[in-house]
Structures are given as C-alpha cells and as structure tokens.
Design a protein. Structure first.
Length: 392
C-alpha cells in the first residue's frame, strides 16, 4: 500500500509539473501571435497580436527588472509599501469611479436593500446568496455603499501580497521581497479594486488558506482554521472545490496524512451541506435556478469560445449537454510543496475547458503565478552569479 501510494505521488508530482510547464509555454507562444479581444455585446474573438501589445510587454519587463533591482539593492519595508499602495488605490477610486454593472450590481443592490430582489436575480443564481449575506453584514456594520467593499478590496489585496510573500518564504526557506513588489505593481489587480463582487475576497481567503496548509501546524485551532476557510471560500465561489481537492491530494500523497485527509474532507463537506441547508431553509429553493448543465453547455459552445452567449436557462438537462458535446466532438479534437499549486492550476484548466469562462474567473490564480515568477527570476539570477564566480 505504502509503495503504491509513493509511486502514485511521484507520478502525480512529475505529471503535474510537466503539464504546467507545457501549458505555460503553449499559452505564451500562442499569445505572441494571437490575443483575446472582447466586444461589449458579450462576443469574444481572437485577433492578431499588434505592435502595442509588444510595446506593453517590453514596458512590463522593464518595470519588473527595475523592481527586481530595487528589491536586491534596497531595504523594502512592507508597511511603507502598503501605505503607498493604499494611497494610490484611494486616488484611483476617486479619479476613476466604476459604476456597478451585471452580477456585481445585482449582488450589491440586493444586499443594500435588505434582500429585496425585485429583479428575480437570486431565483436564477441562488449560489450567490452567501456573497449577498456577507455584503449585507458589511453594509450594516459600516456604511451602506459599495465604497465599503472597495476599501475592503484594497486591504485584501495588501493581504494577498503579504500571504504570497510568506508562502514563498515557507516553500523555498528563503526571504524574497521581490514577491511583494511584483504583487503591488500588478496593474490588472490594481485596476480591479473597483470591482464589487466575490473575486478578490475568494482570492484573499485562498491565499490565507494555502499559507496555513503550508505552515502545517499540529494544533487543532490551525486544523479547523483550514476547514473553515475551505468552507467559506467554497460558499463564496463553488469552483473552490478545486482548492479542497488539491489540498486533500496534497495531504494524502505528499504528507501521507491518510486519516487527517479523510477527516478534512468529511468535516468540510458536512459543514458545506449544513450551510447550504440553512440558506435554503431561510431563503427557499427556486425551480428557476440556473443549474450546472446550463454552464456546461455554454462551456462547450464553439461559436463563443465558451463565453457568455445569452443562452443561460434552467431548462438545460444532462441529455442536452451530452448531445451537444457529441456534436462538437466531431469538430474538436525543488519541492514537494508546490505540487498543491500545480494541482490547482490543472484543476482550473480542466474545469474551464467545459465551463463558461470569463477572464476574471482565473483571478484567484495570480498569487500562485507571482510566487512562480519570483522563484524563476531568483533562480536564474542565483545560477548566473554561481556561473560568473566559477568563470572568475
């Protein structure tokens, strides 16, 4: 049994590593030729990469190299960096106020109106009850305006940077302030702070969750902290099941904690089931809810590349999706610790092959990419120094 598990663990680690490397290289090469574009009538398309994209890439590389130089030559103070980041975000929020739209408008409006849903939004998307409840609590506790969520988003972004930095230090047993700088200069993340929805909160919770898993303390408080964060991130976004599975695989194969893994899964899913039961008991269950089959049929929609195409319906069944998939099938043909990151990336990749996709859906992966990027740059620089020493 032990040998079989050990062999499977080595295979999964090696496979996940190779898979992620091939995936990154493929996406990189593809993006040098084609880039995704978006029409605001919800119809995405691929176009040839233009010269402005290459100029943007060059500028990004220049900024990253500058940040790398600063991180190596100067003493970086996290508090000062956070204050500077917070100030810039506040200025951005004032200068570029974003009007809520789509899901975030429905969710924030329902929360501010004490769960009065005149639009019937929650009848179709009842999975958003948890985020509405959280927003409702925050509005009641502070102030009934989206500015509250945006301010919390800033603090969460700072938290994401901090826990990414701490996770890096745990994995590689080496301090690297470049992780902080890379997190704070991420333009996409900086601009996203105005978005009043579940993405930043989901990312923050999983940044803390992965750090606690890596920390691996033996106390019961620590263990139940992992379980409660696993439940909360799942309730906010059900795609969090990928994190739960990845953590279970990591605990089972890498740490060989068989009983602990079983307890983690049983308790986590038990709390999730109870939580969903309580929500349904309070708010009721709608027959108009947009189910899993509607998202799946959209995910295999060839015309819109799996993007929102306006065909969401509670009437889609498993049979419809299977028939659609059959029709489409004719046309389409250093460290054990980082295994958990690879499991998550593979999970997201496979999941969104068959699910409706928007660019913001992979927002929560950016802390992992920053950790990988920081490690790669540091590794190359360290090896370059060794090479120069040997030559001299």
């Amino acid at each position: 049994m032990e040998k079989s598990v050990c062999f499977l663990e080595k295979f999964l680690r090696k496979f996940s590593k190779v898979f992620v490397i091939i995936l990154f290289i493929s996406v990189l090469l593809f993006s040098l030729i084609f880039s995704a574009h978006y029409n605001y009538n919800d119809s995405p398309y691929f176009g040839r990469t233009n010269s402005y994209t290459f100029i943007s890439i060059a500028l990004n590389i220049a900024v990253i190299l500058l940040m790398l130089y600063i991180s190596r030559k100067t003493k970086i103070n996290f508090k000062i960096l956070s204050i500077l980041y917070f100030t810039l975000e506040i200025v951005y929020m004032i200068v570029v106020p974003l009007k809520t739209f789509s899901d975030m408008k429905f969710v924030s409006d329902i929360a501010m109106n004490n769960f009065h849903d005149d639009t019937g939004y929650l009848l179709g998307f009842s999975n958003n009850y948890p985020i509405v409840i959280i927003f409702y609590i925050l509005f009641k506790a502070f102030y009934s305006d989206v500015i509250v969520i945006r301010l919390i988003n800033i603090f969460m972004n700072i938290g994401i940077a901090y826990f990414s930095y701490k996770t890096y230090n745990l994995i590689y047993e080496k301090e690297n302030k470049f992780v902080l700088l890379l997190s704070f200069i991420n333009i996409s993340v900086f601009l996203y702070v105005n978005h009043v929805y579940n993405d930043i909160m989901f990312t923050f919770l999983n940044s803390v969750l992965l750090y606690l898993v890596m920390l691996n303390k033996k106390s019961k408080v620590h263990y139940f902290g992992i379980i409660l964060l696993s439940v909360l991130q799942y309730l906010i976004r059900p795609v969090g099941i990928i994190y739960i599975i990845a953590i279970a695989m990591y605990m089972f194969f890498t740490r060989k904690e068989y009983i602990k893994t079983l307890k983690y899964l049983v308790i986590t899913f038990l709390i999730i089931i109870i939580s969903n039961f309580i929500i349904v008991s309070i708010f009721g269950k709608s027959e108009e809810n947009i189910g899993i089959w509607s998202f799946l049929q959209m995910g295999i929609n060839e015309e819109e590349f799996g993007f929102q195409d306006g065909t969401h319906s509670s009437n889609w069944t498993s049979k419809d999706v299977i028939n659609k998939a059959k029709a489409l099938g004719v046309k389409r043909g250093k460290n054990k610790k980082i295994a958990i990151f690879n499991f998550i990336i593979i999970g997201f990749f496979l999941f969104y092959l068959i699910w409706e996709i928007k660019s913001r859906y992979i927002y929560s992966l950016y802390p992992i990419f920053i950790i990988y990027a920081s490690r790669t740059v540091s590794y190359l620089l360290d090896n370059d120094k060794k090479y120069l020493k040997e030559k001299s």
